[in-house]
Design a protein around this ligand. Sequence first.
Ligand SMILES: Nc1nc2c(ncn2[C@@H]2O[C@H](COP(=O)(O)OP(=O)(O)OP(=O)(O)O)[C@@H](O)[C@H]2O)c(=O)[nH]1
Ligand SMILES: [Mg+2]
Length: 197
Amino acid sequence: MIEVINASFLKSCTTKDNMIDEGMSEIAFLGRSNVGKSSFINSLLNRKNLAKSSSTPGKTRLINFFEITYRKNQEKYLCRFVDLPGFGYAKVSKSMQEEWSKHLNNFIINRASIRVFVHLIDARHPNQTIDKNVKDFLKTIKKNDQRIIEIFTKCDKLNQKELFKLKKEFQNGIFVSNLKQNGIKQANEIIFNSIFG
Ligand SMILES: Nc1nc2c(ncn2[C@@H]2O[C@H](COP(=O)(O)OP(=O)(O)OP(=O)(O)O)[C@@H](O)[C@H]2O)c(=O)[nH]1
Ligand SMILES: [Mg+2]
C-alpha cells in the first residue's frame, strides 16, 4: 500500500528568479485555470488546503513547490509536487498572459527534474483547443525519462452515461472527483509508480 506520510510547503517561485534547486524528482501539475489542480494536490496529500484552492480562477500565480514523503512497505520515498499557475486565465491582460506562458513554457521545457507531467482536464469539457495544444506541447517537449498522465477532474458533475462515454474516449485517463474523493487512491499509485516503480 502507498501512503503519503508527510507533506509540506517548500517555496513559491517566479519563473525568472529565486528558483529552487533541481535536486529531487518532481511531479508538475498543469491545466486550465480553475480545473482543480490545487484541489487535486490536496486530495492526493489528504490535506485540506495545503495548496491554496479557490473558486476564483487565477488563484495560483506562482510556481509552488511541496515536499512529499510517500511510504511503501516500510520504505520512505521523497519527491516534490509542483503546482503551476493555470493557463487561460482571462482576467489578466493579453500581454501579461503571453509573458506568463512564455516563462512557464521555458520552465517546463528546461526543468530536467520533472519526471511526470500531470495534465488536468475538466471532465465536462474534454476536447477544448487549449487542452489539445497543451497535450501536443507536452508530447513535443517530453524527454525519454518523463511521463504524461491525463487526469479528468470534476467527474462528480457527470452522470453515469457521460462518465462511461468519457472513459471510452480516453482509455488511458484517470477519472477523479476532489469533491467525492473518487479515483484519488488510483491516481496516487500511478504517480508513485511512474517515479519509483
Ligand atoms: N465539483 C467539483 N469541484 C471541484 C473539483 N475540484 C475542484 N473543484 C472546485 O473548482 C474550483 C477551483 O479549484 P482549484 O483547485 O482552486 O483550481 P486550480 O486549477 O488550482 O485553479 P488556479 O489556481 O486558478 O489555476 C474550486 O471552487 C474547487 O472547489 C471536483 O473534483 N469537483
Ligand atoms: Mg491553483
